[in-house]
Ligand binder design. Sequence first.
Ligand code: SIN
Length: 281
Amino acid sequence: MPDRKDPLNNSFDSMRLIPSGGALGAEISGIDLSLPLSDDIKDGIRKALLDHCVLFFRGQELSDENQVQFTSYFGKPVQHVRKQRERRVKEIFIISNLTQNGEPIGALGNDEISFHSDLSYMPKPGTISALYAVEIPEVGGATQWCNCQAAYEALAPSMKGRLQGLRAVHRHYVEEQNPTYLVDHPVVIRHPESGKKSLYVGPHLTKHIVGMSPEDSEELLGELFAHQTKPEFLWTHQWQVGDLVMWDNRPTMHRREPFPATERRIMKRTQVFNDEVPVDG
Ligand code: SIN
């Protein structure tokens, strides 16, 4: 169980924001997410998310209902497109390497998952995701984010010009998770609230650039992937049990480090759907 020394009273004044010191990410302390949040706290969290792209809250004790309720402050929580076992709260998606009676209890196993933006293979991808740590491995299994706004900003003007108007196809490797048609999105998107531009490609789900030869597409995507994953654009979250991490998928990509198959990892994910098509940058 998370180590909580003092009860939290959820006043706006008790809320503290501590930037991670990395390319993105900040901790918010002094808030108990299982309790109702006032409008000024919700607004504070929304603003912090816009500024820092990833937020984490330590030491939370959340029921599935608490997590869905918290997620609902940022849009409509939806069931994940990937089918999972029958469960009480359908908006909770289990990420785990564990099995029960020979069946996986959740998705994603223990291997590395390379950089991606959640659900980018859908015509209207996820906007905000939240992940709650129930059990974590002794080694590995950290999650790393990259700041795709900073990566876009750092591109040479000639490359920014070259990317203008380009679109890329995104597809999931589990074929039945995809729509029946190919989905493409702009390579550079604009955040609907901040107006900032970011790269919207990643090695896990972006397949090729529309209208380019396979060789040219591979070369350009390779160059962009190498650029956006430079250390100066990254920040890694080392999980503790009871952490709730939320992130905006539009200005970020994330990857999960591998961990030994013999270790246990159980995370609960919720997803916001805002009926939003990525906006051309
Ligand atoms: C994901 O890629 O959404 C999963 C991240 C994680 O398990 O840390």
